[in-house]
Design a binder for this molecule. Structure first.
Ligand code: FES
Length: 221
């Protein structure tokens, strides 16, 4: 009730026409109600200090979340294929005797021994060998160098085609047999299986290299 009274009081009214004229003519007064002015909304006050504090804690929270995510991602990497596994590396038909082929996925040199390689390394012609590319000295990747000629210290024979480590010069025969340099042994070999002409290298089955690497070659069935 009190509100209604206030409302009525707050409304401005405009009367059009004078009282004498209206009574003489018997007309009515016209009253136009004026709308109440609308008060602007009261917004909460935001201080500069408040903005700085919220910004600081938000940035700190984001930074900590980022660090946490990075740590978890490093501890539990996704989509990484383990190196040690069985890898189909090709077919027997694709190999050329005496020409080692690099298999990047398996970090392997695949060698099919020709008659000379077999003779020099006590192997069998046509047998296939998988040599781990890592040098047994300090772990450099060992390339095949068919342009290099040197003496085989086992026989005194000189011929072309060697595995030659670029780091400290260790030299290995085409069957990965150590002949020169600081390396402590011959190149390691991986287990090879051949089924229906397909060659599989098992990088989880590695055997330390010896002077009898050549005898580890596998003949296609
Ligand atoms: Fe190959 Fe040193 S790492 S000779």
């Amino acid at each position: 009730m009190a509100d209604e009274t206030k409302e009525a009081a707050s409304e401005k009214t405009v009367v059009i026409g004078s009282g004498a004229a209206m009574s003489a003519s018997g007309g009515h007064a016209v009253v136009i109600a004026q709308p109440r002015p609308v008060a602007p909304p009261i917004l909460p006050k935001v201080s500069r200090r408040g903005v700085v504090i919220v910004g600081f804690w938000s940035a700190l929270g984001l930074m900590l979340a980022g660090i946490g995510y990075t740590i978890v991602d490093m501890l539990y990497p996704r989509g990484i294929i383990p190196f040690e596994r069985e890898i189909v590396v090709g077919t027997v038909d694709s190999l050329v005797p005496g020409k080692p082929v690099k298999i990047v996925d398996a970090k392997t040199w695949l060698v099919m021994m020709d008659a000379e390689t077999a003779r020099r390394n006590n192997g069998q012609e046509g047998a296939i060998l998988a040599l781990y590319q890592k040098c047994p000295h300090l772990g450099c990747s060992v390339p095949w160098r068919e342009d290099v000629t040197r003496e085989d210290e086992r026989s005194g024979e000189s011929y072309t085609g060697w595995f030659l480590c670029p780091c400290h010069g260790s030299t290995y025969s085409a069957a990965g047999v150590y002949v020169f340099g600081p390396a402590p042994r011959s190149m390691d070999t991986f287990l090879v299986t051949i089924t229906d002409g397909k060659i599989t290298v098992n990088t989880g089955k590695r055997t330390a290299g010896t002077t009898s690497n050549g005898a580890r070659g596998v003949l296609p069935g």
